[in-house]
Write a protein that binds this ligand. Sequence first.
Ligand code: HEM
Length: 142
Amino acid sequence: MVLSAEECQLIQTTWAKLGPHLDKLGGEALCRMFCAYPQTKTYFPHFDLSPHSKDVQHHGQKVVKALDSAVQNLDNIRGTLADLSDLHAYNLRVDPVNFKLLTKCFHVVLGIHLGGEYNALAHLAWDKLFYCVADVLCEKYR
Ligand code: HEM
């Protein structure tokens, strides 16, 4: 899937507006995922998964940092996330269906923080980005 120049611009503009919230965004998305889709907890038996625990916050920051690298390198998401692709496929063996679940939760969190700015076009652009990220993280399964 290819992101258009307009979609790249929309992603980068909205991401920049999230500035002060970026630190907690990932934790919020993970909290939602563990609550709405409890089966995803099985990948994190070693974490304290209570809402907003340090483990969840800290892991959320790592996920957001990875998303930030993707946003800053939209023309080379594959190269940028290559190490994470190996990790999720070979070490963690995360079932690809889970990426869709986390994506849904990120959409909600982005909508909460961006309000009206997270309109249909922004939603579509971000959906495509999450698709691309998940595609890279899952590609080693094939
Ligand atoms: C680890 C990113 C989706 C399960 C990680 C790390 C990052 C990351 C940056 C830390 C790597 C490191 O410490 O070197 C992402 C991104 C995702 C995603 C960008 C999609 C947008 C998922 C999903 C699951 C998952 C859907 C399972 C439901 C894990 C697990 C770890 C991990 C179990 C290891 C945690 C630990 O023991 O510290 N991921 N991830 N990830 N991820 Fe993902």
